[in-house]
Unconditional design. Structure first.
Length: 420
C-alpha cells in the first residue's frame, strides 16, 4: 500500500512539474514577435524559427525553465561554394568550419545593431556570447528567458523537413578524415544549432511517461545536485538518460530508481540515438550519450579539459545523491503524503528545520498560477528582499511541493491524491 501511495504521489508530482498551457502560449507568442522583429530589421534572410529544448520536447520543468530557439538563416552563397568544393583543410579557400563560424558570428553582429535597443522598451535584457554562438534574452519583470541560436538553413523554403535539414548538414561532414578527432569535436559545436530539429522530433514523439520521467529527473538534479559550474547541454543530457531508463511496463517509482541507478553507474552509460548516415562513422567509448541529430556530439564529453572536469564533478555528485535517494525511497514507509518528497529530494539539507514549514506554507512565495491560472509565468513576491539565485530556485521547488497540498492553498480545487 505504501509503495502504491508513493507511486501515486510521483505521478502527481511529474504532472505538476510541467509548464502550464498559458506559459507555453505566452512564450510562443513572444518568440513569434521577436522573430518578426528580427526579420524586419536584419540584413539577413530567414527561413523559419524553431523552438527547441525542453519546452518543445515536453520535458521542461518549470522550477528552472527557459526557451531555446534556433533561427534558420538562408545563405545561398555558402551552399553554392560548398557544392563546388568543400573541405576541412586549413589551407583550403573554402573551409566549412571557418565559413560556418564566421557566418554565425556575422548574424550575431547584425543582431547587435538593433536588438538591444528594440527590446529595451519591453524590459528585456539582451546578452551576446559569440563564443557560444547565442543571444540570451531575459524578461526582467516576467520570469522568462530565451536563448536565440543561429542555424544555417539547408532546405528549400516550405519543405520544413527535419530529416532533409539533417541530411544536408551531415553530408558536409562526410569528408572529415577518420583520424581527425579534433575536427569532429569542433563539428559538435559549430553544427549543433543547425542539427537541432531531429532531436526535437525524437523526444517530442516519445510517450507521455517518458516526458514525465524526464521532468522528474531534471527536478531531482536541480534540487539534489546543484552544480556551481553548468555543464554543456546539462538539461538535454539528463532528459536523454531519464528517457532511456524508462520502461512503460513499470511504475514511476521503479522508473525513477532505474534513472538513479544509471546515474550511479554513469561511467557505463551508452545511449546512441543518432542517425545512421552513409559515409559517416560514430563515436565510440564510454560514457557516451549521442543525440538524435549529430553523430559526433557526445553530450558526456566536452570540448576542453576544464569542462570535462566539470562533467566528472557533476556526475560524481549525482552518484552520491542517487545512492542516498534510493536508500530513502526503499527504507521509508511513506504514506503517500506530499511531505515524503521533502525527504526524498533532500530538501532538509538546504534549509534549517525551523524554516521549512514556514517556507512551504507561506502563500506569499507560492506560484501565482496555483490560484490564478491566467498569469503566464510563476512570479514571486519579493517583499522579503532579493535572495540569491540558489535560494530562489529552492523556494520554487518547495512551492511546487506545497502546491500538491490542498491545506496550503484553500482556493485550489480539492483534488487530494495523497490520503491526508
Amino acid at each position: 500500500m505504501a509503495a502504491n501511495n508513493l507511486n501515486v504521489a510521483f505521478v502527481n508530482l511529474t504532472q505538476q512539474l510541467g509548464p502550464s498551457e498559458t506559459s507555453k502560449k505566452y512564450g510562443n507568442e513572444w518568440m513569434d514577435t521577436i522573430f518578426n522583429l528580427i526579420k524586419a530589421k536584419s540584413s539577413f534572410k530567414y527561413d523559419r524559427i524553431r523552438v527547441i529544448g525542453g519546452f518543445k520536447q515536453k520535458t521542461s520543468c518549470w522550477a528552472k525553465m527557459d526557451y531555446d530557439c534556433v533561427l534558420f538563416v538562408n545563405n545561398d552563397d555558402f551552399w553554392r561554394r560548398a557544392k563546388l568544393n568543400h573541405t576541412f583543410s586549413q589551407s583550403s579557400k573554402f573551409n566549412v568550419l571557418e565559413e560556418l563560424e564566421n557566418f554565425q558570428n556575422n548574424v550575431l553582429d547584425d543582431w547587435k545593431t538593433f536588438l538591444e535597443k528594440e527590446l529595451d522598451k519591453y524590459a528585456i535584457r539582451v546578452t551576446f556570447t559569440n563564443s557560444n554562438k547565442r543571444c540570451l534574452l531575459e524578461w526582467m519583470n516576467e520570469g522568462l528567458s530565451a536563448d536565440l541560436l543561429v542555424g544555417l538553413n539547408a532546405i528549400q523554403s516550405g519543405q520544413q523537413s527535419a530529416d532533409k535539414q539533417t541530411h544536408s548538414m551531415l553530408r558536409l561532414l562526410t569528408k572529415i578524415p577518420d583520424e581527425e578527432d579534433r575536427i569532429r569535436t569542433a563539428c559538435s559545436i559549430t553544427f549543433s544549432a543547425s542539427l537541432t530539429e531531429r532531436p526535437v522530433e525524437y523526444m517530442e514523439g516519445k510517450h507521455s511517461i517518458h516526458h514525465e520521467m524526464a521532468r522528474l529527473a531534471k527536478f531531482w538534479t536541480l534540487l539534489c545536485c546543484p552544480n556551481p559550474t553548468k555543464i554543456p547541454c546539462q538539461s538535454a543530457l539528463i532528459a536523454l538518460i531519464a528517457v532511456d531508463s524508462c520502461r512503460l511496463e513499470q511504475n514511476h517509482v521503479e522508473n525513477f530508481k532505474n534513472f538513479l541507478n544509471r546515474m550511479i553507474c554513469y561511467h557505463d552509460i551508452v545511449i546512441d540515438n543518432s542517425l545512421e548516415f552513409p559515409g559517416l562513422g560514430k563515436l565510440a567509448g564510454k560514457p557516451r550519450v549521442l543525440d538524435a541529430g549529430n553523430p559526433y556530439n557526445n553530450l558526456m564529453q566536452a570540448t576542453d579539459t576544464a569542462k570535462n572536469k566539470a562533467i566528472r564533478v557533476f556526475f560524481d555528485l549525482c552518484k552520491q545523491k542517487a545512492m542516498e535517494t534510493i536508500r530513502l525511497i526503499d527504507q521509508r514507509n511513506y504514506s503517500g503524503d506530499w511531505k515524503a518528497f521533502i525527504d526524498i529530494f533532500s530538501v532538509r539539507s538546504s534549509f534549517k528545520d525551523h524554516q521549512l514549514d514556514s517556507y512551504v506554507r507561506d502563500t506569499k512565495w507560492s506560484f501565482a498560477f496555483v490560484d490564478a491560472a491566467n498569469l503566464p509565468f510563476p512570479m514571486f513576491n519579493r517583499s522579503r528582499g532579493n535572495s540569491d539565485r540558489k535560494d530562489e530556485e529552492l523556494r520554487k521547488v518547495l512551492c511546487c511541493l506545497a502546491s500538491l497540498c490542498p491545506r496550503c492553498h484553500p482556493n485550489r480545487r480539492q483534488e487530494n491524491h495523497f490520503g491526508n
